[in-house]
Design a protein around this ligand. Sequence first.
Ligand code: PLP
Ligand code: COI
Length: 362
Amino acid sequence: MSMQISTTLSDRTVDDARLAEILADPGFGTNFTDHMFRVEWTPDEGWHGARVEPYGPLTLDPATAVLHYAQEIFEGMKAYRHEDGSVWLFRPEENAARMVRSSHRLALPVLEVGDFIEAVESLVTVDQRWVPTNADQQGGEKSLYLRPFMFASEAFLGVRPAQHVTFMVIASPAGSYFKGGIKPISLWLSEEYTRAGRGGMGAAKTGGNYASSLLPQREAIEQGCDQVVFLDEEATYVEELGGMNMYFVFKDGRIVTPALGTILEGITRGSIIELAGKMGHQVEERRFSIDEWREGVASGDIVEIFACGTAAVVTPVGELRWPGGSAPAPASTDLTFRIRQALVDIQFGRADDTFGWMHRVA
Ligand code: PLP
Ligand code: COI
């Protein structure tokens, strides 16, 4: 299917002076562009009414199913401006494919990969002046964060898959996800709470997983840590952070990332498997126990740990704390920063796109 997308331009766009102010210091997730994309689904009509329209509030019936049963999925991706002014997406087909997988788990309709990409492209094209340049900051990493999402928009309190579903894309200029820029983040080991279990929704990008992370994340902050790290349901194996995957670097050059199953299959994670492989590292996807973490850092076998995701890019991990104990920050951040640089250089067009990851929009 190829969507017919109609466009209604906003007559109340943010003026150039205010836009320049926002793009100078975008923060994360606070300012939104002038437009949004929307398309509706019903069993009879399929996806219909695709449109780019002025950004604005939704009117929802209080019985709208997503408000009650959280039948919702989302994606996170970015548009990058290259030095020549062109605008690019990073592996958008991977986000589209992951949304298809999430939609299966949440009993939501499938939005075809091509339609997903067209939807994102149509919004980025209309709002391209919102994609920050990095000219003011050599090697800067500002981008336009894109948030496609799909939710049960039927007003009905019965517990069954919704018969009216809405897919939207909104966009928000983004700087660093962590306040204060890139420095090692400290992690709190949640011993009480897990994020996902066998047969659960851990591999789907769905709001409920984030809702369940908020209490342990608050606990992490109260303990003076930046993020929470989740273990599996046996409290034995490392899974991931609330919004990032994890990597462990050994002194012999091997790097290890927790195997898929109950974690989100991060596109950054997958890209690093390829990048690090090309840089000559052996990459292992396997179960990784919390004991291996503690012992590896203590013995010096583990020399670096980092977290990765679209919003956080690649971020070094420092100290790990748990009730009554801690493991110190690993010795180095060298490979972490080299992988980070290799990735952002491709995303911002400063290095050859040898993997064919970039997708031009404007
Ligand atoms: N894990 C979780 C729970 C996430 O929310 C994210 C962010 O999207 C990731 C991992 C990293 O995924 P990606 O690299 O596709 O952004
Ligand atoms: C992302 O990295 O895109 C995420 O979705 C993480 C978080 C902002 C939810």
